[in-house]
Design a protein around this ligand. Structure first.
Ligand code: B3K
Ligand code: ZN
Length: 892
């Protein structure tokens, strides 16, 4: 496999101006014809034209209407090369290929999902459709003619506007689409099948009426109301916040059951994984509703950030993804609670991004090289969250208005261009005459910076000093790092817990006046000191408010300081953070007690601290739910020299049970006071109420006390929506035994007809931490509703397979105690699955193999077992480049 480097980027020798595609879709084969107007970048160029192509059967190539003979071109398994071309300002290239979508289980390129044709081209799937310069800096205007059997495929969709349609002989019909905007081929899309649409309209603020359509099988249409609501909310929000209007008369969304990722932003024809479109109160949880809102927003926002302005090359992925993830985070914040959304996003960063940045796949926001670009879309749960943090820092530094000015300039300069991260940086800088010092390091250095903060108060001089030092740990290929620009939002609390009004700060020989209750310190060097003047008493500093930079922070704050911040900080995010820091410290100490066979005891102050948050009626209920949730096992393992999944698991369970037992009166009150018999409403107050009630219920049920088990059962039975019902099921499933088995069986019986709900049922069991879960998961593979075992069956009947794999296999790897079982059973299970799955779908297989990537973090026995599986995978026949890249980098 070949590694591709950013430093090797060169401009293309040829540009494509227009592309006319024609698809004749069939059951056995599909014929793709393309007619491309090509123009050399340099007049009179004699460079060869190299086209990418993968798994294609070439039927014919013509240049200026003339058929090329075999010796006139070169064909290998990945390229079609045309060595001699007319020395003209432009010429016409025509290529016919044959492809087999019904055999395409990679879900990349053109494939079939439950009988319908659909496409996925990002990053490099277009080369599985036809020979093309498959790179994002080739931007062309497209037309697309789709022809298919009319009864099997009554709906024919592609990008842009419908120009004409009609019947042709043999029971076939066609549709001709034209996209007026230039686009890279990764944004091309085609859908053909039996679909019905939910229709609506949106009038843009300049008065354009846009027709909105969400396509699904007819029986699913009732479940698309929330998706439509989300789309309209996103369209309005982008106008209000960024002044960005939709630019065509039609916007289509199609939901398909088989999809590698969450969704795809193809121009005017977004394609979605069904689980991110379909929702009803009975079949989707609050988390699903929130995810749908966020992802519908995300893909819609790409219309400007990604589609109108796109990436020059795939190393610039963050240009569109970091920015668009940031935009969807802001959208969801504005639609719900800003603090709670921030907490959720930072948790994801800690659970997924930070560990990756400390492992063999660590790469900067803008990678320097890749073997398979797909591997850089890390995880279907969250990706580019670091890129979004970088964009957020511009906003923190510039304020909302300054950030908006930067965005406006970015579009003024680059509309309909393919550009780089520096272009975005320059727009932000130039629009604000800003000094961004060494900010660009965020794009090129991998690894999470560790920032240490030491504070000291001088009573005589009435000054308070904060000394920062930063260090970025080495990562593969980057042994040493430079300092980067870290914005630190700071407030100082007086002894009553109120913010002190800051008057001035001394730094680097200059005194800066402030006059507000918080300020941004610009930390740009390895070591740096800031001194606040006129501070009447020793304050408690609240650092990195709102998580102002994606770093790990180590402070000299005492436990008392942290309890004080938990109780008083005006920055709600930092109240939550103080509780998390306390919990991490406390759990880490307990882990060492556990390892040394000392009895475990929970600090009563911690119980008290959480207890007062629990009964503080002025707080947002979802905030309380987050504040009483302990850091995950992975977060604790990340802090250990040698990760010990058994000890961490035992300790987390112990702390949970202790809290539950000490706070049971309060928890019970919460469950009782937060029920509702009203119909399900998706809004923040109701979601917050359910979140708090269900968190409390889970705590209580963990005690295995018959009265609480009874309570959870009755919540399960009386629930009027899936959020409450599933939460009660999950609470009961914590404890092995007959009640668990019965309620799981009851739930399956109830929902076996709905594959999205069944997938949740799989996920709940596979990610369970009950002892010896590997055996249960193996049994689930043989469950009639699961569909990977027989690859042939999977090929014929892809439906639901991929989401199931994520649920069953991905879920299993998410439970450290079972995946890392000391007898190696979890590793062996995953190793076998990866080898099987790689033959069906390399993108998904490589995501699964990532679970091994941090094997060196564990003890020697586990290391040897995991390494053996990685080696077994590496020796498999016909290994994909995707899995090769992850497995080989993990072993290196
Ligand atoms: N841009 C797509 C990513 C698709 C990548 C596929 N390998 C999805 C998104 O941004 O939501
Ligand atoms: Zn995106």
């Amino acid at each position: 496999p070949k590694e591709i480097f950013l430093k090797d980027y060169t401009k293309p020798d040829y540009y494509f101006e227009t592309v006319d595609l024609s698809f004749s879709l069939g059951e056995e084969k599909t014929i793709v014809s393309s007619l491309i107007k090509v123009s050399p970048r340099v007049k009179g160029s004699s460079a060869p034209l190299v086209l990418n192509g993968h798994d294609l059967k070439l039927l014919s190539v013509k240049v200026e209407g003339k058929l090329l003979k075999e010796g006139d071109y070169k064909l290998d398994s990945r390229h079609l090369t045309l060595p001699s071309l007319p020395a003209k300002e432009s010429f016409v290239l025509e290529i016919d290929t044959e492809i087999y979508p019904h055999k395409n289980t990679s879900l990349d390129g053109l494939y079939k999902s439950s009988g319908n044709f659909c496409t996925q081209c990002e990053a490099e799937g277009f080369r599985k459709i036809t020979f093309y310069q498959d790179r994002p800096d080739i931007m062309a205007k497209y037309t697309c003619r789709v022809e298919a059997d009319k009864s099997l495929y009554p709906v024919l969709l592609s990008n842009g506007n419908l120009i004409s349609q009609g019947d042709i002989e043999g029971g076939r019909h066609f549709a001709l689409w034209e996209d007026p905007f230039k686009k890279p081929c990764y944004l091309f899309a085609l859908v053909a099948g039996q679909l019905a649409s939910r229709d609506d309209t949106f009038t843009t603020r300049s008065g354009r009426e846009v027709s909105l359509k969400i396509w699904t099988p007819a029986e699913d249409l009732p479940k698309t109301a929330h998706a439509m609501y989300s789309l309209k909310a996103a369209m309005k929000w982008d106008e209000d916040v960024f002044g960005l209007e939709y630019d065509l008369d039609l916007f289509n969304i199609v939901a398909v059951p088989d999809f590698n990722m969450g969704a795809m932003e193809n121009k005017s024809l977004n394609i979605f994984n069904s689980k991110l479109v379909l929702a009803s109160p009975e079949t989707a949880t609050d988390a699903d509703y929130a995810a749908i809102l966020g992802v519908i927003g995300h893909e819609y926002f790409h219309n400007w950030t990604g589609n109108r302005v796109t990436c020059r090359d795939w190393f610039q992925l963050s240009l569109k993804e970091g920015l668009t993830v940031f935009r969807d985070q802001e959208f969801s914040s504005d639609m719900g609670s800003r603090t709670v959304k921030r907490i959720a996003d930072v948790s994801k960063l800690r659970i997924y991004q930070f560990p990756q940045d400390a492992g063999p796949m660590a790469h900067p926001v803008r990678p320097h090289s890749y073997i398979k670009m797909d591997n850089f879309y890390t995880g279907n749960i969250v990706f580019q969250s670091n890129g979004a943090e970088v964009v957020r820092m511009y906003k923190t530094l510039l304020g909302s208005e300054g950030f908006r000015k930067g965005i406006d300039l970015y579009f003024q300069r680059h509309d309909e261009q393919a550009v780089t991260c520096e272009d975005f940086f320059a727009a932000m800088r130039d629009a604000n005459n800003a000094d961004f010092a060494n900010f660009l390091q965020w794009y090129s250095q991998a690894g999470t910076p560790v920032v240490k903060v030491a504070s000291s108060y001088n009573a005589e001089a009435r000054t308070f000093s904060l000394k920062f030092s930063q260090e970025i740990p080495p990562t593969p290929g980057q042994p040493t790092k430079e300092a980067t620009f870290i914005p630190v939002v700071v407030g100082l609390l007086d002894s009553n817990g109120k913010d002190i009004t800051l008057s001035s700060v001394y730094h680097d020989g200059t005194l800066q006046t402030i006059s507000s209750s918080s300020t941004i310190l610009r930390v740009t060097k390895k070591e740096e000191e800031f001194v606040f003047s006129d501070i009447a008493e020793r304050p408690v500093p609240s650092l990195f408010r709102g998580f102002s930079a994606p770093v790990r922070v180590e402070t000299d704050l005492s436990d008392d300081d942290l309890f004080f911040l938990l109780a008083h900080d005006s920055d709600e995010f930092n109240r939550w953070e103080a509780g998390q820091v306390l919990a991490r410290k406390l759990m880490l100490n307990l882990v060492s007690d556990f390892q040394q066979n000392r009895p475990l005891a929970l600090n009563p102050k911690f119980i008290q601290g959480l207890g007062s948050v629990l009964s503080d009626s002025t707080l947002d209920k979802e905030f309380i739910a987050k504040a009483i949730t302990l850091p995950g096992e992975g977060e604790i393992m990340d802090m250990m020299a040698v990760a010990d999944p058994d000890a961490v698991h035992a300790v987390r369970k112990f702390v949970r049970k202790q809290l539950a037992s000490e706070l049971k009166t309060e928890l019970l009150k919460i469950v009782e006071n937060n029920r509702s018999t009203e119909a399900y409403v998706f809004d923040h107050p109701n979601m917050a109420r359910r979140a708090l009630k269900n968190t409390a219920l889970a705590y209580l049920t963990s005690l295995e006390d018959p009265s609480y088990v009874e309570l959870a059962l009755s919540e399960y039975k009386s629930a009027t929506n899936l959020t409450d019902q599933f939460a009660a099921l999950a609470a009961l499933a914590q404890n092995p035994g007959k009640t668990r088995d019965d309620v799981l069986a009851d739930f399956y019986n109830k929902w076996q007809g709905d594959y999205l709900v069944v997938n949740k049922w799989f996920l709940l069991q596979s990610s369970s931490d009950i002892p010896g879960n590997v055996e249960n998961v193996k049994k689930l593979l043989d469950h009639p509703a699961f569909d990977l075992r027989n690859p042939n069956k999977a090929i014929l009947c892809l439906q639901t397979t991929i989401i199931q794999v994520y649920s069953l296999i991905g879920g299993f790897c998410g439970s450290p105690v079972n995946f890392h079982a000391k007898d190696g059973s979890g590793y062996k299970f995953l190793g076998d699955i990866v080898v099987q799955l790689d033959k069906i779908n390399p993108q998904v297989a490589s995501r699964m193999v990532s679970a091994f990537s941090r094997w060196k973090r564990y003890d020697e026995t586990r290391q040897a077992l995991a390494k053996a599986q990685l080696e077994m995978i590496m020796s498999a026949n016909g290994l994909s480049e995707n899995v090769f890249e992850i497995a080989s980098k993990s072993l290196a």
